[in-house]
Design a binder for this molecule. Structure first.
Ligand code: GDP
Ligand code: MG
Length: 298
């Protein structure tokens, strides 16, 4: 294709500012899981949007944390920081009227970025008096020469078209990296495991074991129906009990919700089996992390 444009756009920021929601709403598809809890996104997740002669490759990242004591948190930080330096544009997401210590820590990294940085002030739907945004914008303007500062609401799709229009001219002229119909770089098993993890993140309260992970053990198609065996790995028996709930009700509700999303993703009937198993302190063991697929080099 002549004069096609293609580029990588890193989405970074502290946990919970709405990075994954933003990516999904830009793509008009749920590619990256979201919840009201921090640390929902654990990996670098690519979401691809192709139109006309343009391909936008968004890179959603885990939120950056200050404290990274556990192997899992160190891994997540490494992934997030990596996305600042191998992209063509950086979208730094903050929350309207809230600039925390964690945002300041992210800013220290943003200062070192050499490509254009667009600052996105998200969740403006929560701000009743929009005039209150002006001093916030002014204080952010002083911090760095941003390419743009755009107030948005990822959830309500406010200003997302304007954002796309600002990103496109910043992309290099080069051939597409991915097929025009490709949505993500993640394999289907990963996406299914993530859907199950999303339901757990959303369905469990503050007692949610952050260390849980989901593994797809088997996928087999029979007579048009996809049979999926999955395992939720936790660290302790108490966590297993929380997930299963009284008479298994909690697990059943979460599994049903997951099955419906998986059915929509695969566009076929789904039989989903979910087991909860205990694996001692895997989140603090680099070797165990690797065996569960938390080993990325890209
Ligand atoms: P991430 O950790 O930065 O990826 O954040 P998520 O995308 O998982 O979103 C964190 C929480 O913020 C979720 O409960 C979202 O529904 C919510 N959220 C994201 N964008 C908006 C927004 O524009 N407005 C409001 N009110 N909530 C939002
Ligand atoms: Mg996220």
């Amino acid at each position: 294709m002549n004069n096609s444009k293609c580029g990588f756009i890193g989405i970074v920021g502290r946990p919970n500012v709405g990075k994954s929601t933003l990516m999904n709403h830009l793509l008009l598809k749920p590619i990256s899981i979201t919840s009201e809890k921090p640390q929902t996104t654990r990996h670098r997740i690519v979401g691809i949007k192709t139109f006309d002669n343009t391909q936008l490759v968004f890179v959603d990242t885990p939120g950056m944390h200050i404290e990274a004591k556990k192997a899992m948190n160190r891994y997540m930080n490494k992934v997030a920081v990596g996305a600042l330096f191998d992209v063509d544009v950086v979208l730094w997401v903050v929350e309207a009227l809230r600039f925390t210590e964690e945002d300041e820590a992210v800013f220290k990294r943003i200062e070192q970025v050499t490509v254009p940085v667009i600052l996105l002030i998200n969740k403006i739907d929560k701000v009743k008096d929009k005039k209150a945004l002006l001093p916030f914008i002014a204080s952010m303007q002083k911090k760095l020469a941003f390419q743009d500062i755009i107030p948005i609401s990822a959830e309500k799709n406010d200003n997302l078209d304007a954002l796309l229009n600002r990103i496109t001219p910043l992309l290099p002229e080069q051939p597409f990296f991915y097929e025009t119909d490709q949505e993500t770089d993640r394999p289907i098993k990963f996406r299914i495991a993530e859907i199950i993890r999303e339901k757990l993140m959303r369905g469990l309260g503050q007692e949610l074991p952050y260390e849980l992970t989901v593994e797809i053990e088997q996928m087999k198609e029979e007579e048009g129906k996809m049979h999926i065996h999955s395992i939720i790995w936790v660290e302790r028996d108490g966590q297993k009990k929380i997930i299963i709930g009284t008479k298994g009700e909690k697990l059943k509700a979460m599994a049903t919700s997951a099955r419906l999303d998986i059915k929509a993703l695969l566009n076929q009937p789904v039989h989903l089996v979910v087991w909860v198993k205990i694996k001692a302190s895997w989140s603090d063991d680099e070797r165990a992390l690797k065996s569960l697929g938390y080993d990325e080099t890209d």
